[in-house]
Design a protein around this ligand. Structure first.
Ligand SMILES: NC(=O)C1=CN([C@@H]2O[C@H](COP(=O)(O)OP(=O)(O)OC[C@H]3O[C@@H](n4cnc5c(N)ncnc54)[C@H](O)[C@@H]3O)[C@@H](O)[C@H]2O)C=CC1
Ligand SMILES: O=C([O-])CC(=O)C(=O)O
Length: 254
């Protein structure tokens, strides 16, 4: 399967390293970034091609990975889906704009394209998807990151946000995509708290869900990407696992 990527930052770097080792599960060949040097650096590593416009890769790929920004989802994903190509979206926060989500779903339905959104930087999405078959009555996320990950300086623990996921993704568009994935999986606008905590060196996400099937809490303590401390390594790995799964014959996990 031939693949192109939009956004050549931290996540794309990890994916490209796997591609270099032949461990990505797909053939990563096309690179697009508004910063062309970033695209060139990655393309060089896999003998790939830099494109200056998205359409330049569309007739040559089966799937396009978005690893750029929530804004990029509205900007470029409609045309990818219109061409009938599948997409893997990392900036899931963009899908909390329900008009955009509906529009993308309608295009995908009409062209037969698929929209994949990996679990990203959290664990427990499998259980939540199962629980959503019944009724989920409560779902919350507490995200705790080192202040540097959140782009601030503080000496003490500071609550930066408390409210619904739909607002969190607007205020912290590149830090809380996980809240969108959880909300979409639960089918409710979940409760979110974002804390800057100088005493931690991991990006941490605590998820609590209550439903008619029971109750569970998951805690993820993520190693941060060296290239972008906002982003957890697990987010890139979740996308790589999803890509590999496209070719697997036995699927374990919901
Ligand atoms: N689903 C999840 O759990 C997670 C999602 N993310 C999201 O994934 C995306 C990528 O993350 P990183 O690789 O850490 O970001 P990054 O900031 O390291 O790299 C993003 C790259 O995309 C490029 N870019 C941004 N907007 C663009 C556009 N409109 N067109 C073309 N290129 C564009 C930038 O120049 C940069 O090179 C971000 O939106 C981030 O918030 C990050 C972590 C977890
Ligand atoms: O990588 C993480 O820990 C979470 C993150 O930035 C996001 O959800 O946007």
């Amino acid at each position: 399967m031939k693949v192109g990527i939009i956004g050549c930052g931290a996540i794309a770097n990890i994916m490209t390293n796997f591609a270099v080792e032949g461990k990505l599960g797909v053939d990563l060949k096309f690179f697009y970034d508004k910063d062309i040097e970033r695209a060139e650096n990655l393309a060089l590593q896999v003998d790939g091609t830099v494109v200056l416009e998205i359409e330049d890769m569309l007739d040559k790929v089966d799937l396009v990975i978005e690893a750029a920004s929530p804004h990029a989802v509205g900007e470029v994903i409609p045309q990818v889906l219109e061409s009938g190509k599948n997409v893997l979206i990392m900036s899931v926060g963009a899908l909390m704009d329900f008009e955009l989500k509906d529009r993308l779903e309608k295009i995908a339905t009409s062209t037969g394209a698929k929209i994949y959104a990996p679990s990203g930087a959290i664990v427990g999405l499998d259980g939540i998807k199962a629980a959503s078959i019944g009724k989920i009555s409560e779902a919350s996320l507490i995200t705790r990151k080192p202040p540097r990950s959140l782009g601030i300086k503080t000496d003490g623990e500071t609550i930066l946000y408390e409210g619904k996921a739909s607002e969190a993704v607007k205020e912290f568009p590149t830090n809380i995509n996980v809240a969108a994935a959880l909300s979409i999986a639960c089918g409710i606008d979940i409760d979110v708290k974002i804390i800057a905590d100088p005493s931690v060196d991991r990006n941490m996400h605590e998820v609590h869900v209550v439903g008619d099937s029971g109750e569970f809490t998951t805690i993820t303590k993520n190693v941060r990407c060296s290239m972008n401390p906002k982003t957890s390594v697990l987010a890139a790995y979740s996308a790589i696992k999803l890509l590999r799964r496209l070719n697997e014959n036995i699927i374990v996990g919901t």
